[in-house]
Ligand binder design. Structure first.
Ligand SMILES: [Zn+2]
Length: 322
């Protein structure tokens, strides 16, 4: 659907910059040689009690994937239950170690907005407590997402935007470093919540065309239209990795949820947390604002999975399947 919006070049630059933080999807899935699923034989005696915990070394491993059919911009939760000591999951040319979850070893995989549609192998290699190794393979079908296009009209000269290239580059480097954090601990649990009330005014992945020019930057998050001062809440538990003023994103909070999953909140007018602080889901972290390169008060919310920006609304509306 064609939508009309008025915005400054600032918004265009912001969109480009927000996208620049995205790691993007690999262009080609590498050929991966996969052995058949071979859980190693367990030669230790059976437990003498009926109690079997997830950490029981005798329990055969099982692969649990949140969805076999996923859309561009979604996230996949990969868990291996049973007596698994360590492991890693490979998908679309990237490999992520399995971290320790509540009941299993797990990782979350980001399917970028430009991930190639089609079937791709998910290969999970693991080592059991007794030292033997095995491999699971699952086919994951990536479906194309129908992205919205926003036709944005702006007036004014690009030179009017007070943007310092060096400062912008520092901001991009800081964000890339922050979204690259791989904290082993799982700091989130259960469902995710929207960080603010208010209508969603711009969706993830939206393609932007300025003054009817060619389509360019893609939107790296979801925007909530809300007045300045509206409370912003943590989408899930975690640790505050960043809470500071930035040139483009204005007041910015990033929460590290562990396992390479982080959520970012931009254009804030006030902070309620400091860097290093632990937060729980639903905790007040900031207030909506119009800081940085922003033309109206709103919350820009994004989620990064191992450096790949994905649709944050898929975490709150159940479409990710976890
Ligand atoms: Zn935004």
């Amino acid at each position: 659907m064609r939508t009309q919006a008025r915005a400054g070049l600032a918004l265009a630059l912001l969109a480009a910059l927000l996208l620049a933080a995205c790691g993007g999807g690999a262009a080609d899935a590498p050929r991966v040689e996969v052995r058949a699923v071979t859980p190693a034989p367990v030669d230790t005696p059976a437990p003498t009690t009926a109690t079997v915990s997830a950490a029981d070394p005798d329990e055969p491993p099982e692969l649990i994937v949140s969805a076999d059919v996923v859309a561009q911009g979604s996230a996949i939760l990969v868990s291996v239950t049973g007596g698994v000591r360590e492991g890693e999951a490979a998908f679309l040319g990237r490999v992520h170690p399995l971290g320790q979850g509540e009941f299993s070893k797990y990782t979350v995989i980001g399917v970028g907005m430009e991930a190639p549609p089609g079937e791709h192998p998910l290969v999970v290699r693991f080592t059991l407590a007794n030292g033997s190794a095995g491999v699971f393979e699952r086919r994951i079908d990536v479906r194309e997402t129908a992205w919205e296009t926003a036709h944005i009209v702006y007036e004014g000269e690009p030179g009017a935007i007070p943007l310092d290239d060096a400062e912008r580059a520092r901001e991009e480097a800081l964000l890339a470093e922050t979204y690259g954090l791989e904290t082993p601990d799982k700091l989130w649990s259960g469902g995710w919540r929207a960080p603010a009330g208010g209508p969603v005014t711009s969706h993830f992945g939206e393609v932007r065309s300025y003054n009817d020019g060619p389509s360019g930057a893609r939107h790296g998050g979801a925007d909530f239209g809300a007045p300045e001062g509206t409370p912003v809440y943590a989408a899930n538990g975690g640790r505050v990795a960043l809470a500071r003023q930035l040139a483009v994103r204005g007041g910015m909070v990033v929460i590290d949820h562990g396992g390479g999953v982080l959520s970012g909140y931009a254009h804030l007018s006030a902070f309620a947390v400091a860097e290093g602080q632990t937060v729980r889901r639903g905790q007040l972290i900031a207030q909506v604002g119009n800081t940085g390169l922003s033309t109206a008060a709103h919350l820009h919310w994004e989620i990064s999975v191992h450096g790949v920006l994905v649709d944050p609304l898929r975490f709150t509306d159940g479409r990710n399947g976890f």
